[in-house]
Design a protein around this ligand. Structure first.
Ligand code: UDP
Length: 244
C-alpha cells in the first residue's frame, strides 16, 4: 500500500476539538492553523469539502449518559452545534478570501447556509466554492464521522482526511503510552480486528463497504494537509479489502 497519489478532491473531517477556544470566543489557535492549511490546498486548485463536528459543545451519546437526558434530544442539539462551528469556519474562510458555502442536513437560516442538495452541491463546486457540510447526517444516533463518509461518497472525494491532534492511528493512546506504535498503513479489517478506535463503527463500516480511502493525520503540524494532498506519506492510510 503506497501512498504515491495526489488528491484533487478531498473531504476533510474537522472535529469540534479544533474549535475549542479556552474562553476566547470565535478564536482557537488550532482552528486558525487549519484555516491557513485549507487556504493553501484550496489555492492549489484542490476541491475541498469539510465536515464539521460539534463535540466541543455537545456529545449526544456521552452527555446523555452523564446527565441522564434522552440521547435523541441531545443529538438534535449536537447537530445544531455543528452549525455554529461550521458558520464560524465559513466566516473565517471568507475573511481569508476563500469563497465557500454552508450546506446543512438540518434547517438553517438563509443568512448562514442552505439545505444540502446534490445538484446545488455540484453547482457550487463548479463555481469553485469550498463546501462546509453541517448538521451531520440530519438524524440522531449518528455522528459527524458518518456524515463525513456520507458526504465524501456524495461528492465523489478521492479521500477522506480525518484531522486529529496526534500523528495518526496508534496501537494504544500515544498521549498516555510513550511506546505507542504508529501504523503507517492498515487495512479496514485490521482496524476492526485490533479494536482500534478511529471513528465510530457505523461510519467505519460504511467507509469499508464503499472502499473509501481514509487518511488519519495530525492537522496541527504545519504543511501536513498540503503534504497529504501531494501524496507524501503522512499519518495512517486505511484501505484494502472490499467486503465490509
Ligand atoms: N450528531 C447527530 N447526528 C449526526 C451527527 C451528529 O445526532 O448525524 C450529534 C451527536 O450528538 C454528536 C454531536 O452531534 O455527538 C456532535 O457530533 P460529533 O460527536 O460527531 O462531533 P465531533 O466528535 O466530530 O466533534
Amino acid at each position: 500500500m503506497e501512498n504515491k497519489r495526489q488528491f484533487k478532491r478531498i473531504l476533510l473531517k474537522i472535529s469540534g476539538e479544533f474549535f475549542q477556544n479556552k474562553g476566547k470566543n470565535l478564536y482557537s489557535e488550532s482552528l486558525e492553523h487549519i484555516i491557513s492549511e485549507i487556504k493553501t490546498v484550496y489555492g492549489m486548485g484542490v476541491v475541498v469539502g469539510v465536515v464539521v463536528g460539534g463535540a466541543n459543545i455537545i456529545r449526544g451519546a456521552k452527555d446523555s449518559k452523564i446527565r441522564g437526558l434522552p440521547q435523541d434530544e441531545l443529538d438534535e442539539l449536537g447537530m445544531q452545534a455543528t452549525l455554529i462551528n461550521g458558520s464560524i469556519l465559513s466566516t473565517c474562510l471568507k475573511e481569508k478570501g476563500i469563497p465557500n458555502s454552508v450546506l446543512s442536513a438540518i434547517p438553517v437560516s438563509s443568512s448562514i447556509g442552505e439545505l444540502y442538495n446534490k445538484v446545488r452541491m455540484e453547482n457550487l463546486l463548479s463555481q469553485n466554492h469550498m463546501l462546509i457540510f453541517v448538521g451531520g447526517t440530519g438524524n440522531p444516533y449518528f455522528t459527524t464521522d458518518t456524515a463525513s463518509v456520507l458526504r465524501a461518497l456524495q461528492m465523489n472525494a478521492d479521500v477522506l482526511l480525518k484531522a486529529t491532534k496526534v500523528d495518526g492511528v496508534f496501537d494504544k493512546d500515544p498521549l498516555t503510552f510513550k511506546d505507542a506504535h504508529l501504523y503507517k498503513e492498515i487495512t479496514y479489517k485490521e482496524v476492526i480486528d485490533k479494536g482500534l478506535e478511529i471513528m465510530d463503527l457505523t461510519a467505519f463500516s460504511m467507509a469499508w463497504h464503499h472502499n473509501l480511502l481514509i487518511i488519519v493525520f495530525n492537522a496541527t503540524v504545519s504543511g501536513n494537509i498540503e503534504k497529504v494532498v501531494k501524496g507524501e506519506e503522512i499519518g495512517t492510510i486505511i484501505e484494502g479489502g472490499n467486503n465490509g
